[in-house]
Design a protein around this ligand. Sequence first.
Ligand SMILES: Nc1ncnc2c1ncn2[C@@H]1O[C@H](COP(=O)(O)OP(=O)(O)O)[C@@H](O)[C@H]1O
Ligand SMILES: [Mg+2]
Length: 393
Amino acid sequence: MEKVENKAQILGLCTNLKAAERASLKDFGEDSHEALGGLQRLLMALVVLVLILGFTATSLIYRVKIAPLRAQLVESRAIIERQEKLASLGTLAAGVAHEIRNPLTAINVRLHSLKRTLVRGSSEDEDTTVIDQEIQRLDRIVRDFLQFARPSDPRLTNINAEDLFGRVQGFLGSELEKASIRLNVESPLTVWIRVDPQQIEQVLINLIQNAAESVERDGTITLRARPSVAPLGGRATPVVILEVIDTGKGIPPTVQKRLFDPFFTTKEAGTGLGLSIAARIVEKHGGALQYQTEVDRGTTFGIVLRAWRKMEMKSQPKILLIEDDASIVSGLKKELQVEGYEVAVAERGDHGLAQAKEQAFDVVITDLKMPGLSGLDLVEQLHAAKPRLPSLW
Ligand SMILES: Nc1ncnc2c1ncn2[C@@H]1O[C@H](COP(=O)(O)OP(=O)(O)O)[C@@H](O)[C@H]1O
Ligand SMILES: [Mg+2]
C-alpha cells in the first residue's frame, strides 16, 4: 500500500517537474523572443541611423564639393560654346565688314567731291548731308559689330578707378552738360584695377550713353567705384565694382530678357550692340557685367572686376623722389604711381632735404650727383634728423 502511495507521489513529482520544465521553457522562449525582438529593433535603428548618416554625408559632400564643381562645369561649357560661336562669327564679321567698308569708303569719297560742286544750303547740299550722316551710321554699325565679334585681347595696365572715371568724364562731360544731365563721380576709396583702360573706358561710355538716353533731361548719372566680394569663376573673389547709376526709366521685364542679345534695341537709331560689346569686353577681363533696375526709378549697371591689389584708404605710401634729370623723374614717377604710391619730387639736393624734414614721407629715393647737395651728404644729414626714415640712392 505504501509502495503504491510512493509511486503516486513520484508520478506527481514527475508531473510537477515536467510542468515546471515546460513553464521555464516557455519563459525562456518568451524571454529569448523578447530579447531577439529588442535586438532586431536595435539593429533596425542602427541601419536607419547608418542610412541617415550616409544620406546626410552624401548630400553634404554633394553640396560642398560636387554641386559647385558641376555649376562650374556647366558655366565653363556654356562659355566655351559661346566662345566657339563667337569665334566663327568673328571670322564672318571680319569678312563682311571688309566687304562693306570698301564700297562705303568709295561712296564717301565720291560724295565729298560731289558736295564741293554744290551750292551751300541748296536742297542737293542738304541731301548729301543726310547721305553723309547715314554713311557715318553704317560705318559705326560695322565698327561696333567688328568690335563685338572680334574684340582685341585686353592690354592690361594698373590704373586708378578715379583716373578712369576722369577720362570718361572728359570725353562725355560737355555732351551730358548740353543735355542738362548731371554726372557725379563718387570714389570714397583709392581703388586700383588691372585692366585695358581703353576697353573699360569703352564699356563705361556705352553704359553712360544708355543711362543718358534713359534719363533724358534733368536726370543724374553717378559713377561709383566700390570694393566688394562677388562670385567670379564659381568662387567668392575680392572684386572692384565700377557702377553707372542712373535715375532714368528703368528696364521693363520684357526688355530685360533680351538685354544682352546682339542687335536688340528699343531705340529708333540704336544698333543694339552697346551692351553686347560691354559684356564681351568685361568677360575678356575675367569679370562680369551685372545690373539692377526698377521701372520709373532707374538702373545701376555694375562692371565687376577682380581686385588687383588690397584697397587702401586715401593715404597711400608717400615717396619723396630727389632727382634733377627730368626724363628719369617723369618715368620713375609714373611707374611708382602705377604701383599705388603718392610721389613728391625735388630737383635739388638741398630742397629735397628740407622737404623730407618738413613733411611725413615713408621712403626717400635720391640721386647721388645733384645741385645743392650731393646724395650721400643728403642721406647722412637726413639720417641724423630722421633716423627711422628709410632712404635709397
Ligand atoms: N540704363 C538703361 N536704362 C534703360 N534701358 C536701358 C539701359 N541700358 C540699356 N537699356 C535697354 O537695353 C537696350 C539695348 O542696349 P544697347 O545694347 O546699348 O543698344 P542700344 O543702346 O543701341 O539700343 C536699349 O535699347 C534699352 O532698351
Ligand atoms: Mg547703347
